[in-house]
Design a protein around this ligand. Structure first.
Ligand code: SF4
Length: 137
């Protein structure tokens, strides 16, 4: 099975008019990945990532991170610059951020936290303590 071998947010060489030109032999990264929309965990049929401009997931890197223990969180990825400003996308982000941490990433590589203020402050404090107690590199 070939490797995905592409940079984040760059267009895959296998993209074709009907989707993936190599779908049956797609790389394991693609085969194994499931966004939360695909798992019926976020949104309805109109919120499919290519329609909404946002894709949601919760990678183990975040889910298992000590800073996030006991905090409900979700990762939102903008599929194109300013996708968050679309009315439907903005409403979805606001709805989620009322009850959980939303870790929103932009194509430029910027990540920001949205969510209830006390949870954002808790994450910032946990990061501060963790970094302060880390051995010097
Ligand atoms: S499924 Fe994977 S290989 Fe196919 S187009 Fe998408 S990123 Fe490329």
């Amino acid at each position: 099975m070939p490797s995905l071998d592409k940079l984040p947010y760059s267009t895959c060489r296998n993209v074709c008019a009907t989707g993936c030109a190599s779908y049956g032999d797609r790389p394991s990264e693609c085969h194994d990945y499931r966004c939360l929309w695909l798992d019926d965990a976020v949104g309805d049929s109109d919120d499919r990532p290519d329609l909404l401009g946002l894709m949601f997931d919760l990678p183990s890197l975040i889910e298992d991170h000590p800073d996030y223990q006991g905090i409900q969180a979700i990762c939102a990825r903008e599929l194109h610059p300013r996708a968050r400003d679309d009315e439907r996308a903005a409403a979805m982000l606001a709805r989620l951020a009322r009850v959980m941490i939303v870790r929103l990433s932009s194509p430029a590589g910027r990540t920001e936290l949205m969510g209830p203020r006390h949870l954002v402050e808790l994450l910032v404090e946990r990061a501060r303590v963790r970094l302060a107690s880390a051995p010097p590199s």
